[in-house]
Ligand binder design. Structure first.
Ligand SMILES: [Zn+2]
Length: 236
């Protein structure tokens, strides 16, 4: 609609929006990321790549149906800024948008999950931040897949930051085993035989995916996949 475009153009003049990657001003029709950065996004194509590096990383640690990420996270490009914007900048719309993009790609490839489940934050952290970034991404992803229920009541994070001061820097990210548990009030029968897609913002060592899988895998016949916006590529 013309009047809508008019308002958007006016909005851009008053409060110009910037690309979340390169910082250039966005055109009226661009959303969150400029056309150039969108075209250059380092997509993983894991959704159509069996035995991809993310799956291989989790072999022997979990039994997952599939593991996929939208783009490669690298210290030498600025796409990581998008994650920062979602997690600390409160840009929930961008989170939903990126989740939606991954969901649409996933329609092309992987076996379809029945239920989308964000990796939970500890309630205290969620309360402090006001939202769980993984849940924002999960909601976009569920929409992008053409509509899937988003379940937030089954899995819980019981450990609060695991007192990081007590840990060595090297295993800061590893200390999540036992951090997740199932809600004792949940009806586990409702999840028997279902295919759950766990969603997080970034896949680094796989420790979180492993810990979530550990908690969920007690449910009979359950199938679990894992998706994140970014995948941190590590040297082989
Ligand atoms: Zn850009």
């Amino acid at each position: 609609m013309d009047w809508m475009r008019g308002w958007k153009e006016l909005g851009d003049m008053v409060w110009p929006r910037k690309c979340g990657v390169c910082g250039d001003f966005l055109e009226t029709d661009e959303r969150y990321v400029c056309a150039e950065c969108l075209a250059d996004m380092p997509l993983t194509y894991f959704w159509s790549w069996r035995e991809n590096p993310a799956e291989r990383m989790l072999w022997g640690r979990t039994y997952l149906q599939g593991v996929m990420s939208l783009f490669y996270y690298s210290y030498d490009n600025d796409y990581k800024e998008l994650l920062h914007e979602i997690k600390y900048g409160g840009n929930l719309r961008m989170g939903r948008w990126l989740g939606g993009m991954l969901g649409r790609y996933m329609r092309e490839g992987y076996p379809y999950p029945d239920i989308v489940m964000p990796v939970p934050l500890h309630w205290r952290r969620k309360w402090k931040r006001g939202y769980n970034q993984a849940e924002v991404i999960a909601r976009g992803l569920a929409e992008g897949m053409g509509g899937r229920p988003v379940e937030t009541g089954l899995l819980r994070r019981s450990q609060y930051a695991a007192s990081q001061t007590q840990m060595h820097v090297g295993n800061k990210w590893e200390n999540v085993s036992g951090a997740f548990s199932l809600n004792p009030k949940a009806n586990l029968e409702a999840f028997r035989g279902r295919h759950i897609l766990l969603v997080d913002d970034v896949l680094t060592t796989g420790a979180t995916a492993e810990a979530c899988w550990g908690a969920l895998s007690v449910i009979p016949d359950i199938k679990i996949s894992y998706a994140s916006i970014a995948f941190v590529q590590r040297p082989c």
